[in-house]
Design a protein around this ligand. Structure first.
Ligand SMILES: Nc1ncnc2c1ncn2[C@@H]1O[C@H](COP(=O)(O)OP(=O)(O)OP(=O)(O)O)[C@@H](O)[C@H]1O
Ligand SMILES: [Mg+2]
Length: 382
């Protein structure tokens, strides 16, 4: 069957691409993937997949020639690839300039400072000695971050003392990666807001959620209709404007007393928005597609009072959670598995439970995850 309209290309074929496909099907969008391997989660389910490295400028440029709009499954797009994409005819959503900010924590910090958006006290340095001085000025404990290249907490270290700091920053100095030294925020909780924006600046801001990270990996997301947060919504809107967003973006925030500080942004669908598939009238994935095509934004009315999403991380026995689906006692758990090979600690999927009360949703979601992975609910989340 021939397709009409706009061809969307997605670079990368992980779980975000896979969930974008799910959202594209009812709209019958013409979608193509560039996957590193035919084993990638999204490549496994989508016939219009081309195999080629998302890091190879030639492969990406050839792929983009077949698309009208190009979007991304991750923001770590190498500069040579961005340069080639900018020179091509396909429209990039988000734009190359937005991606250059999103993939670099130093550029994020500089841009937010320029617009006087609240963030942790920080210094950007290039040497171990510089980091040592910065940490002394800011005061221990500090959070040390690689300006780029990290994800899931890799590239972030909490340093309690100079000894700990020096162990971390020597490697960064050697690799010539700028080092961000920032105050370790004594926070009450972490929250995240998803925001969508199209080229015309039409913006929708999803209700805030609370996220819990353990060892830098997001484990649980809680949505409670009662916990609206207007200030977080305003910050999300401002951040989307200043980065010139097209598509959806997550903004991660630290809440400390009455203060909200920006941790970072990710200019793509994000783990902290997975609950929107069930809990909100329009999922973050559909909203991303709508925004990049400049279609009218979908409603973001909540469909439930509360929802909890828990990530399914590979268990220590290496068992594939698919093997345990039959053990789930309740069908009221929405399971999303990403088609990835099981490995200890790897994000293999998530489950979402919705209902009237967050605690009760969390209880049911964790029971399901314990069954799927044979791992216990962490102490700090009980
Ligand atoms: N200044 C800080 N003070 C206290 N904790 C922090 C600070 N910066 C980061 N953290 C903790 O480390 C986690 C990971 O940090 P960050 O989000 O910057 O890393 P990342 O690897 O880019 O994450 P992601 O998985 O979202 O890509 C945060 O969610 C938070 O729990
Ligand atoms: Mg983060």
């Amino acid at each position: 069957m021939t397709k009409s309209g706009t061809t969307i290309g997605i670079i990368g074929a992980g779980q975000l691409a896979r969930m974008l496909i799910e959202a594209a099907i009812p709209l019958d969008l013409d979608l193509r993937l560039l996957a590193a391997s035919s084993d990638d989660g999204a490549a496994r389910i989508w016939p219009a997949t081309e195999i080629g490295s998302p890091d190879d400028p030639d492969a990406v440029a050839r792929f983009a020639e077949t698309c009208d709009v190009v979007t991304f499954d991750h923001e770590l797009v190498p500069e040579p690839v961005l340069v080639r994409l900018e020179a091509g005819a396909a429209r990039l959503a988000p734009s190359a300039s937005t991606l250059r900010i999103a993939q670099n924590k130093q550029r994020q910090r500089e841009l937010f400072a320029q617009h006087e958006l609240p963030q942790p006290r920080h210094r950007v340095v290039r040497t171990a000695v510089g980091a040592q001085l910065a940490a002394e000025t800011i005061g221990y404990p500090v959070a040390v971050k690689a300006a780029y290249g990290g994800y899931d907490g890799r590239g972030v270290w909490i340093c309690l003392s100079e000894a700990g700091l020096m162990a971390v920053v020597a490697g960064l100095e050697q690799r010539a990666i700028p080092i961000i030294v920032e105050a370790k925020v004594d926070m009450d909780r972490e929250i995240a807001v998803m925001v969508a924006r199209d080229d015309a600046g039409r913006t929708t801001v999803y209700p805030a959620v609370e996220t819990v990270q353990i060892e830098g990996i997001c484990r649980q997301i809680s949505f409670d209709v009662e916990h609206g947060n207007e200030e977080a919504a305003n910050l999300a809107r401002c951040a989307a404007d200043v980065v010139g967003l097209t598509g959806v973006m997550a903004i991660e925030l630290f809440e400390s007393g009455s203060e909200l500080l920006i941790n970072e942004i990710a200019t793509r669908p994000h783990n902290s928005g997975h609950h929107t598939i069930e809990a909100v009238a329009t999922s973050q994935f559909e909203q991303h597609l709508r925004a990049i095509l400049n279609l009218a934004p979908g409603s973001i009315e909540p469909r439930t009072r509360a929802a909890v999403t828990v990530n399914v991380l590979g268990g220590s026995d290496g068992m594939d959670p698919r093997e345990r689906l039959a053990l789930l006692e309740s069908g009221d758990v929405h399971v999303h598995l990403y088609g990835k090979a099981a490995r200890h600690g790897r994000k293999l999927g998530h489950v979402t439970v919705f209902g009237a009360d967050v605690d009760e949703c969390a209880e049911r979601a964790w029971r399901a995850v314990e069954t799927l992975t044979n791992e216990q609910r962490p102490e700090q989340l009980r």
